[in-house]
Design a protein around this ligand. Structure first.
Ligand code: ADP
Length: 379
């Protein structure tokens, strides 16, 4: 099995005021996965994250990065932090420079990269969080959500192996939460390990490949989300509720007299399990963002006047908006495509080329569930 990218062994940490925040924490962060660290407030999540990139030093126990114990010398820490990027809960703890671009450039400059590369990374990162247009703006004038984006851009610009986000969705409106989770997916598809903390069970359940659950400074569960919530008492004991999708699946499985396993994590998978296809399916098309232009949009609309259009990926959303593309679905496009196609309506997914493989995999599963083949085509 692949070695975990981060691992701790019997980690203990006590704050100067004698609060014991970590007790015997042995936890593994598997490489290339999407991990949620779930736990109520005060569980020790932030404290654990501060150990992952060496900001805090354990009282006892070890932190290992790529199998090597973390060193606490200046050089070791610089090296570690270029590979393990932490986005703190409060962006004011992280933003120091007077303009956005200076702030995002800070980390890459510190790494001693050539100026040209620093600039490229800053532009790319600001583009990814949709802040490029504001790059010269003073950081003091930003809203909370914008500050969160800037601190995320700063972390992405390091091109880390591991991206850690401490309560990234807290305080964001629902659209920004969608955008953030989608960006995290995109980064993960490029090979980054992404780990985020939250006390929101819905995010943990629908987004994570695996979860680690903390309470009172201890890890109380490591594994897939279903395993944790299957014992409902366990979540309630630490003040968490069951995710809505988990609850819905249990009830629907009982009514339909089918096993609760597999556990759908989103509407798409729920439909796969319980959806019954009646009548003709719509056709589904994939259209790459890179081929989108005023002309091709007209062609799409002309060829398929009844089709619904949905976007997948941050690039698609941006290009679509720039070109004035009228879309029916901006988020949850798989779910929406499934529902529309299942009800006989044609659907065009406009997405970045690098999403194509994932879309194909998802749609294969959809085809199997409906006993029909869904063809993925280019216009
Ligand atoms: P979480 O991120 O899960 O909310 P934290 O890691 O922030 O949990 O906190 C774990 C425990 O450590 C809590 O009891 C909290 O009050 C305490 N704590 C956190 N930061 C400090 C600090 N700087 N000084 C003293 N105690 C702290």
């Amino acid at each position: 099995m692949d070695e975990p990218v981060i691992k701790t062994e019997n980690l203990c940490f006590v704050y100067p005021n004698r609060t014991s925040a970590l007790e015997d924490v042995s936890v593994e962060v598997p490489r290339g996965k999407k991990i949620v660290l779930l736990g109520p407030n005060g569980a020790g999540k932030s404290t654990l994250f501060l150990h992952f990139n060496g900001i805090l030093k354990p009282r006892s126990g070890k932190v290992l990065f790529n199998g090597e114990p973390v060193g606490y010398g200046k050089k070791d820490l610089e090296e570690l932090r270029s590979k393990v990027s932490l986005v703190m809960q409060n962006p004011d703890d992280q933003i120091f420079s007077s303009t956005i671009e200076e702030d995002v450039a800070f980390g890459p400059m510190n790494m001693g990269l050539p100026m040209k590369e620093v600039e490229e990374r800053v532009c790319e990162a600001l583009d990814q969080v949709d802040m490029f247009g504001l790059r010269e703006k003073p950081t003091q004038q930003l809203s909370f959500g914008q500050k969160k984006r800037v601190s995320l851009a700063g972390a992405i610009a390091m091109h880390p192996e591991v991206l850690i986000m401490d309560e990234p969705t807290a305080g964001l409106d629902s659209r920004m939460v969608h955008e953030l989770l989608e960006l995290a997916d995109e980064l993960n598809q490029k090979g980054l390990t992404v780990i985020m903390s939250t006390h929101d069970v819905e995010t943990a359940y629908s987004w994570a490949d695996e979860i680690r659950v903390m309470n009172k400074g201890r890890i109380i569960y490591s594994g897939d989300p279903d395993g944790f919530f299957s014992d409902g008492q366990r979540a309630r004991n630490i003040g968490l509720t069951e995710p809505m999708m988990f609850d819905l699946n249990r009830t629907m499985s009982r009514h339909n007299k089918v096993p609760t396993d597999p556990y759908p994590r989103n509407i798409f998978e729920l439909n796969q399990k319980f959806g019954q296809h009646r009548g003709a399916m719509g056709r589904l098309y994939f259209y790459p963002t890179s081929d989108l232009s005023g002309e091709t949009i007209k062609t799409i609309r002309h060829m398929m006047p009844q089709a619904a259009v949905g976007l997948i990926g941050s690039r698609a959303r941006k290009v679509g908006a720039d070109l004035g593309l009228q879309v029916e679905h901006r988020f949850d496009t798989y779910d929406e495509a499934l529902i529309e196609v299942g009800h006989g309506r044609d659907f065009v997914i406009v997405g970045d080329e690098n999403w194509r493989k994932e879309i194909e995999v998802r749609l294969d599963a959809l085809g199997t569930a409906f006993g029909a083949t869904v063809r993925l085509m280019r216009l």
